[in-house]
Design a protein around this ligand. Structure first.
Ligand SMILES: Nc1ncnc2c1ncn2[C@@H]1O[C@H](COP(=O)(O)OP(=O)(O)O)[C@@H](O)[C@H]1O
Ligand SMILES: [Mg+2]
Length: 507
């Protein structure tokens, strides 16, 4: 016994036994013939064997070598049910009473700490990738928007039978594909601007059915297995639809020889990772949506990697590895979870969980705009830091008959607002800009120009409040890179609304 331990003179085995039973450490003792003679409650909790299983026998796991010194060592040990316990152990020779115990091992459970460590490392990794991807996506969106605008202007200047129209279309199509990739990357970073509302998951599934059948094509049957009652969650339905498309495309690709894809829904409480994994869950009631297939399945060791951006098992040129990472980002940004269950040769199923909300889905607000009677050409203030893109947007707007004022960032836009004497009917603004971003500009502009409408045109924002602000006020928003025609249509629609009816977002 260690000199620094003190026990009362009357200390008996009953007292020792209760100390062992209460200790938050595993205590295992071996006698000189390597038979277990001490096995406390914590050892049972960590490793699974009860005392009667092991006492008087040799240990059901390899003994830890007695190394020089008795510093704590981290080890892993198989548990009774075939799991792995991670513990830090310290050994002690007991020399004075070899009959009762020759070696005592004291162990601390490291499982929780290790789990947290893994979650932190994974979180840091994802954060770094997200930041990188977000930065790239932001710049790419501006470049792609410029390409799209240029194509539009170019194709208008060509005669319809000009052979170069084909080339312009090729550029335009290629930039559309690049925009789609950027969009997926952005989805993964969770920096997309979502427009969530209360939706019924069954309705989302039903509305997407015919499009999904179009994706699956012949040879693969798509069936819907939906609950009879509505499942209300708060989400951006177009994003959930995107997620469904990515999942169904993957299922289709995993069933090259034909098979079945099932889309099912349900709801109920969720308290822990349903796949037995380590994902921490906020216990609540969730609605769920599963895409299951009869395809080739996914090896267990890949389950943790398939959601990583650019992870693909497909041949170069076929897979981008951005489908599942986009789905993951969309689900996470919506406050939900996604889990995979799959074995090789037995198909795969992906389940998205989203927190249930009580409010029933409101029918979409239909606004009937009235034409304003003002005969003058509306004035638009264009706020965009990317010079090329701003110039192109200006040309597109001027071509549509608007008077255009320009500003390179929020502060300059406010200056224009103060100096310009006439009305500014609408402000088209980026969100992420140097000097002053869209958020602060909008707040100040509300006082300067309460009647000006505001349309945000942006690829992403890492300003959470801004994302929420756009969402909560329903203020106008257009995803970058946009088709020029869409920008013009959106502006025309907004300007048809009675002046002063649409408010700037309350940010
Ligand atoms: N339903 C599925 N069945 C089998 N494997 C799948 C399924 N869904 C995803 N996977 C695996 O996950 C990987 C990543 O998917 P994803 O992110 O969509 O990228 P990509 O489809 O471009 O490879 C795929 O390459 C594939 O190995
Ligand atoms: Mg895919």
């Amino acid at each position: 016994m260690n000199e620094s331990s003190h026990l009362p003179p009357s200390c008996d085995s009953a007292l020792l036994a209760s100390i062992l039973a209460l200790a938050p450490l595993s205590v295992i003792g071996w006698d000189s013939s390597n038979r277990i003679v001490i096995w406390n409650a914590e050892a049972e909790r960590m490793l699974g064997w009860v005392a009667s299983d092991v006492l008087g026998k040799s240990a059901p796991f390899p003994m830890v070598e007695m190394a020089d010194g008795d510093r704590p060592r981290e080890i892993t040990r198989s548990t009774r049910v075939g799991g792995i316990a991670q513990l830090s152990v310290q050994l002690q020779h007991i020399s004075h009473d070899a009959a009762s115990a020759a070696i005592v091992e004291i162990g601390t459970d490291l499982g929780d700490r290790k789990r947290l460590e893994r979650q932190v490392v994974q979180g840091v990794k994802l954060d770094a990738v997200s930041r990188l991807a977000g930065g790239i996506a932001h710049d790419f969106n501006n470049i792609l928007a410029a390409i799209k605008c240029s194509c539009e202007l170019l194709s208008e200047s060509l005669e319809p039978d000009d052979a170069r129209t084909v080339d312009v279309r090729a550029i335009s199509d290629a930039s559309a594909r690049a925009a789609e990739l950027t969009r997926r990357l952005l989805a993964f970073t969770r920096q997309q601007v979502l427009l969530p509302h209360t939706v019924d998951l069954n309705a989302v599934a039903r509305d997407a059915e015919s499009m999904l059948i179009g994706i699956t094509g012949d040879g693969v049957a798509l069936t819907l297995d939906l609950t009879s009652e509505q499942i209300h969650v708060r989400a951006d339905s177009t994003q959930i639809e995107q997620a469904l498309i990515h999942l169904v495309v993957n299922s289709r690709e995993s069933t090259p020889a034909g098979g079945r894809i099932t889309l099912s829904t349900g709801m109920g409480p969720l308290e822990r990772d349903p796949t037995g994994g380590e994902v921490p869950i906020i216990a609540a009631s969730y609605g769920w949506l599963t895409v299951g297939d009869t395809g080739r399945g996914i090896p267990r060791e890949l389950h943790g990697r398939i959601f990583e951006p650019f992870f693909t098992t497909k041949e170069r040129g076929t897979g981008t590895g951005l489908g599942l990472s986009a789905v993951f980002g969309i689900v996470k940004q919506s406050g939900g979870y996604i889990f995979v269950q799959s074995e090789v040769g037995r198909g795969a199923s992906f389940t998205i969980y989203l927190p249930l909300v009580a409010a029933p889905a409101k029918p979409p607000r239909v606004v009937h705009y009235e034409r304003t009677s003002s005969g003058s050409t509306p004035t638009i203030l264009l706020v965009e830091d990317e010079t090329t893109l701003r110039g192109l947007m200006r040309r597109i707007l001027e071509r549509s008959g608007y008077t255009v004022l320009e500003a390179a960032h929020g502060a300059q836009a406010l200056e224009k607002c103060e100096l310009h004497e006439g009305a500014i009917d609408l402000v088209v603004s980026d969100i992420e800009m140097p000097t002053m971003g869209g958020r602060e500009m909008a707040q100040r502009m509300r006082m300067l120009r309460p009647n000006s409408q505001l349309l945000f045109v942006s690829g992403f924002t890492d300003d959470e409040a801004m994302r929420q602000g756009i969402v909560s006020t329903g203020s106008a928003y257009l995803q970058k890179p946009f088709a020029p025609a869409l920008l013009v249509a959106k502006i025309a629609e907004m300007l048809k609304a009675p002046v002063g009816k649409l408010e700037l977002p309350a940010l």
